[in-house]
Each structure stands twice: as C-alpha cells, then as structure tokens.
Design a protein around this ligand. Structure first.
Ligand SMILES: Cc1cc2nc3c(=O)[nH]c(=O)nc-3n(C[C@H](O)[C@H](O)[C@H](O)COP(=O)(O)OP(=O)(O)OC[C@H]3O[C@@H](n4cnc5c(N)ncnc54)[C@H](O)[C@@H]3O)c2cc1C
Length: 234
C-alpha cells in the first residue's frame, strides 16, 4: 500500500504485525482464551478497551512505513519518540527510526507549496487562509529565485569536490528526506490524533490523514472502533 502525499512525498506500508484479532487475543489471554474469527463480542471488547484506556493490547500491532516527506515535516514527526510503553524502562520502545543519509546520497527533491498561506492572527504557530493571487505570485518568484540559488550553490560545491556531508549545510528545510518508521498501533494513533488536528501544520496533517487510511486498510475493525471512541472526524 502506497499513497502519494504533497508534491513528491509518499507513505508506503512495508510490513505489519498482527490483525484485528491481535488486540482481541492479547486481551483474552487474561482468560486463557484465543479466537480465530472476529465477532460482535470482540467489537464490544475492543470498544471497552479503547474507551477505558486499557491500551496495552493495542501495542502488539506494529506497522513499518517508508515515508518520503520534507525535512521540516520530519523534524516534527521525530518528536514522537517515546511511544506509549510504560512497562519497560527503554525510552524508545515503540518507535524505530532509520533515515536516508545526505552524507551518502545527494539531495535532489524539494517541496514546492501549491499556495502561500497567511499567518494566523490569533494563533502564533498557525496559518489561516491564503494570500491573494498577486501577492502569491511575488512570493513564488522570491521562493523560486532562492531555490535556484540554493540548488546551484549546492551542486557547484559538489562539483568542486566538497563532501556531501558539508555541502548539504546550505540546503533549506523543504528538502525531501526518506525514513523507515516502525511504531505500534497506539503510538501511530497518538501521532494521528496530534497531527491530523487543525492546529498542526497543514503539511503534516496530510501525512497524518494518509496514515489514517493506511491503518484502516490493515486493521479495519480496530480503526473503526478507535475512531468512534476517540471522535475522529473522518
Ligand atoms: C500542534 C503541535 C505543536 C507543537 N509545537 C511544538 C513546539 O513548538 N516545540 C516543541 O518542542 N514541540 C512541539 N510539539 C511537539 C510536542 O510537544 C510533542 O513532543 C510531540 O507532539 C510528541 O507527542 P508525544 O509526547 O505524545 O509523543 P510520543 O513521544 O510518541 O509519546 C507518546 C505518549 O507517551 C506518553 N509519554 C511520553 N513521555 C512520557 C513520560 N516521560 N512520562 C510519562 N508518559 C510519557 C504520553 O502519554 C505521550 O502522549 C508540538 C506538537 C503539536 C501536535
């Protein structure tokens, strides 16, 4: 499963652990029981678990994603490091990260926004609406000039023999990067709930909404119940 995001990004599911039955059987081990088919009783159980914060059964389902996203999006994503494992002293139990290295691979892709959003007046972090066509054209010209200069300078440094690890210092945060991210169902839904939310940056919202779709494809019953209990809007 692979969904394109923004102009050159994507999220792809590389692998996943478990199914809708995983959460059910992880909970039912308490009674020495295991199910092989999913029933209405299981729906009721999962709803009870999700509603009453019995989250540990949701941590047995894991997904490995391949993500291509602008660096400024990944900087926000990387803040999700701790996971929600409270039974182990390891601080990064639920999240595994690996990233393409700009020391090995020259940077070639950059995010180009489709429009220019206005600074929100009542939320210092947020944007609100878009600039008029005339103002947006000016901004696009400024942006394109800058991007041409930055990319030319980077390529010139490489041509002169400068190491990639040093030449990359001059590149802007809209450079695309690629990572593998593995996290539990609970950690992924925590990410979605924080980042699909309207106060999160628009670009990371696109990735969070994509994860919703991908997660639903893998664990349809569990996501449906989780979304109802946690009031997901779509
Ligand atoms: C809209 C928005 C704006 C933001 N702005 C900024 C900003 O300006 N600057 C900035 O630095 N960050 C900012 N952040 C990042 C934010 O502070 C979190 O670091 C990030 O969202 C990760 O969330 P998390 O801790 O829930 O994730 P995870 O690391 O995945 O943690 C998951 C959960 O584990 C539990 N947990 C984690 N650590 C502990 C602990 N030590 N003890 C007990 N339980 C724990 C909590 O329940 C937590 O929700 C912003 C986030 C959002 C959504």
């Amino acid at each position: 499963m692979n969904i394109e995001v923004l102009d050159k990004g994507f999220v792809e599911v590389i692998d996943s652990l478990g199914s809708d039955l995983t959460v059910v059987n992880s909970a039912r081990v308490s009674f020495g029981k295991r199910k092989t088919t999913y029933s209405d009783g299981d729906r009721k159980l999962v709803r009870f678990l999700a509603k009453n914060k019995h989250y540990s059964p949701f941590r047995h389902m894991m997904v490995q994603f391949h993500i291509k996203a602008p660096e400024f999006v990944m900087r926000q994503w990387y803040k999700h490091v701790v996971g929600i494992e409270t039974t182990n002293s390891s601080a990064t139990k639920d999240h595994a990260w690996n990233e393409i290295s700009g020391r090995y691979v020259p940077v070639k892709d950059f995010y180009m926004p489709e429009n220019w959003r206005k600074q929100s007046e009542d939320n210092k972090q947020a944007s609100e609406g878009v600039l008029s066509d005339v103002a947006a054209k000016d901004c696009s010209n400024i942006f394109e000039d800058f991007m041409n200069n930055a990319q030319n300078a980077y390529n010139n440094l490489l041509d002169k023999g400068v190491a990639k690890e040093q030449a990359r210092m001059i590149l802007p945060l809209n450079q695309y990067t690629e990572v593998y991210w593995t996290a539990s169902f609970q950690a992924i839904t925590n990410f979605i709930e924080l980042r699909a939310e309207r106060t999160a940056q628009w670009e990371i919202q696109q990735y969070a909404n994509t994860l919703k779709k991908l997660l639903h494809g893998i664990y349809p019953e569990t996501v449906k119940i989780w979304a109802e209990v946690h009031n997901w809007t779509d």
